[in-house]
Ligand binder design. Structure first.
Ligand code: GAL
Length: 680
């Protein structure tokens, strides 16, 4: 009909008609997804990309390229406020070709006001783009979701290609992110009068050197005493450092006193001389999440100095752990990483950034801190540095000789050893699985070997297994001499990563106990970045949730940030003694999720004094407000005092079965409460 009109109408009428058509079009306007602010998206890796893939390349799905779109990575969520202004949303979706050689899987979901409107089904690499057209006329809030397709989010480079809306209202539509961005401080400042913090039980083996730093806040100078110390062990009155040696197994209960001009504090410390070290989860710092391959002795010393200067040492933070890259590297172009792997006698050689390892260990001990190291049971570490394969005994001996207190032992290239692959096999680094052999026996063997040699040393070296939870490590890690073991893959500073790690912890919980800890990986708060430093991408509430759950899990607490860039918010997270006390509780129980109400998950942890720590954790995008009264589910009965641990104040007195407890939990946030039997 249009053509007919054009034929019969004079030219000016055609112009009028076109103008009219334009006006109609202006009303039903197209808004491309890439015209909106994509930075509101959350995703499992990288940053949201406009008209490019997550790696910054041309969007390509099964050979077909697209000029426009949103390149993201599972798990991803982008929320768009439509408020009924849009009529349709159309897009092509798929896994980007840039990930060839891997096996990604992801599902694209379009959700309107919490209801699934469309799903791609699980998509894999090479699947042609799937087209989606949904009517969104009544939708107020649209969410574009990419899930991990059920196999973890590795390499899930996901494209929303040519994605666009038809909108009827020129007022427009916008993306948003409901998770609050502004940091807020909850931890009250420690008083000027003394307070003794940190672990209240300490394990050491007979004959090993004792080193225990009494952690106390309060004005300096402080005078420390310890009544009841066994023979052979002394306390330095002005530093609070307990040192010495115990020859006989036994338990010694010591009364610690810290005194300053404002007053004094007392607390019991149980020194247990026996088989186990790490009777409470290790607390400290590790270089990896911050410096990765850029670590050096200088940076490690500065981190140790900052641990003291920031006051963290007064809250029980102890270990300074060097991760990968203190050894020489197989293929780095950086000359400071090149050199002989071992000397003529087979002794491991530190790279020139490190040099004198004993000197480094001594200087850290002098600060009242302990020091840790990293290696692999394979010939190479994950970063391609020299590993311990074939030199296990010699390595254990030299670590002890240098004075190290902790070893993280990372699977890495060991899979190739089992499979009989040559050292220069392209898969050699980060081989997460292996093909041959009896899985369980082969999984245990390298840790058994190193564990045995570490236990032969004349000092305590905490053994930290790192093999990402393979073969249910929690069931046998302790039998290798391990004090802790990673339960999952590497953490990153994304909500997806932290959430998925949290949700994977319950199965290993029954195996946590004093001396044996499940390790959900290091903390991703503060300035992190694996060599490219940036503030943690976790929002403030997500960081509260992260630290609260690590404490509820009785997880090793290893700070992963640049210790010289501790901002006030990060310090507030790391110095709450009542929260840390949940982590360090001597009973050594790991919390599990006992109740789920919508997006709210409730975790409980039994504490030594009979009380319970409870985390009300909101995994949803909206605040949760409710009146809680289901105390039976939490194993709580009778009259209870409810204390908010972050705020360090009592917030309620409730009688289970009678009273309601009002809860208001921020989106992606937490309330961490302690329930104690109220005095009659
Ligand atoms: C990974 C390990 C990380 C870090 C890294 C070093 O396998 O999980 O925590 O140690 O290796 O290359």
């Amino acid at each position: 009909m249009n053509t007919l009109y054009k034929k019969i109408l004079p030219a000016f009428a055609v112009v009028v008609l076109n103008v009219f058509a334009g006006a109609v079009k202006a009303q039903a306007q197209t808004v491309w997804l890439d015209e909106l602010d994509l930075s509101n998206a959350t995703q499992g890796y990288g940053v949201p990309k406009k008209n490019k893939t997550v790696d910054g390349k041309t969007i390509t799905i099964a050979g077909k390229t697209f000029k426009r779109g949103f390149g993201t990575h599972a798990e991803s969520s982008l929320m768009i406020e439509l408020n009924g202004k849009a009529s349709t949303f159309t897009t092509h979706v798929g896994i980007d070709d840039e990930i060839k050689g891997h096996e990604p899987a992801a599902e694209f979901v379009v959700s309107g006001d919490g209801k699934k409107l469309w799903s791609s089904g699980v998509m894999r690499l090479g699947d042609s783009a799937r087209f989606c057209k949904v009517n969104v006329t009544r939708v107020k809030m649209l969410e574009l979701i990419v899930t991990d397709g059920g196999n973890g989010n590795y390499y899930d480079h996901a494209d929303w290609a040519d994605a666009k809306f038809e909108i009827s209202d020129a007022g427009g539509i916008a993306t948003f992110n409901p998770i609050a961005k502004v940091p807020y401080i909850l931890t009250p400042k420690a008083p000027a009068s003394p307070r003794i913090n940190g672990a209240s039980v300490f394990g050491v083996r007979p004959g090993s050197p004792v080193q225990f730093q009494v952690a106390a806040t309060g004005n300096r100078p402080m005078v420390y005493t310890a009544a009841g110390l066994p023979k052979g062990v002394n306390i330095n009155k002005s530093t609070g450092l307990i040192t010495g040696r115990l020859n006989a197994a036994g338990t010694y209960v010591v009364t610690l006193t810290a005194k300053n001009a404002k007053g004094s504090a007392q607390r019991k410390l149980r020194i247990v001389c026996g088989e186990h070290m790490a009777l409470t989860p290790p607390m400290g710092w590790n270089s990896w999440n911050c410096f990765a391959g850029e670590v050096s002795a200088e940076k490690v010393k500065r981190a140790a100095a900052a641990m003291v200067k920031s006051g963290l040492i007064n809250h029980g933070w102890t270990y300074i752990n060097i991760d990968d890259f203190w050894q020489n590297n197989r293929d780095s172009k950086d000359q400071t990483l090149r050199g002989k792997f071992r000397d003529e006698a087979g002794n491991i050689m530190p790279n020139v950034r490190f040099g004198n390892m004993k000197g480094l260990a001594d200087s850290i001990h002098q600060l009242g801190l302990k020091v840790g190291l990293y290696s692999s049971p394979g010939p190479w570490t994950c970063g391609g540095c020299a590993g311990s394969y074939g030199y296990e005994k010699q390595d254990a001996q030299i670590y002890a000789k240098w004075g190290f207190d902790y070893l993280k032992y990372d699977w890495c290239s060991y899979g190739n050893v089992i499979d009989g692959l040559p050292d220069n096999d392209p898969d050699k680094v980060s081989s997460l699985s292996y093909k041959g052999g009896n899985q369980l026996a082969t999984a245990i063997k390298p840790f058994d070997l190193m564990g045995k040699y570490l236990l032969e040393q004349p000092r305590d070296i905490v053994f930290s297994l790192c093999q990402y939870g393979m073969s249910d490590v929690w069931k046998w890690g302790g039998s290798t001499g391990g004090s802790l073991w990673r339960t999952t893959n590497d953490i990153t500073d994304t909500w997806t990563s932290v959430k998925n790690i949290i949700l994977a912890q319950d199965k290993s919980a029954p195996w946590a106990k004093p001396g044996n800890w499940n390790d959900p990986d290091m903390l991703v708060i503060g300035t992190v970045g694996w060599g490219s430093p940036h503030p943690s991408k976790l929002k403030p509430d997500e960081q509260y949730l992260h630290f609260s759950l690590w404490s509820l899990f009785a997880a090793p607490l290893l700070i992963g940030c640049d210790m010289e860039k501790l901002d006030e918010f990060t310090l507030n997270l790391l110095t709450n003694d009542e929260v840390i006390a949940i982590d360090q509780d001597p009973l050594g129980k790991q919390a599990t999720c006992v109740q789920t109400i919508g997006e709210l998950k409730i975790y409980t942890k039994q504490l030594e004094d009979g009380s319970k720590a409870v985390g009300f954790c909101n995994f949803g995008m909206q605040p949760v407000k409710l009146s809680y009264n289901d105390f039976k589910q939490l194993g709580i009965s009778g009259k209870q005092t409810v204390r908010d641990l972050w705020r360090q104040k009592n917030v309620a007195a409730v009688t289970a079965g009678k009273d309601q407890l009002p809860l208001n939990v921020p989106a992606h946030g937490v309330l961490l409460y302690k329930f104690s039997k109220a005095k009659a």
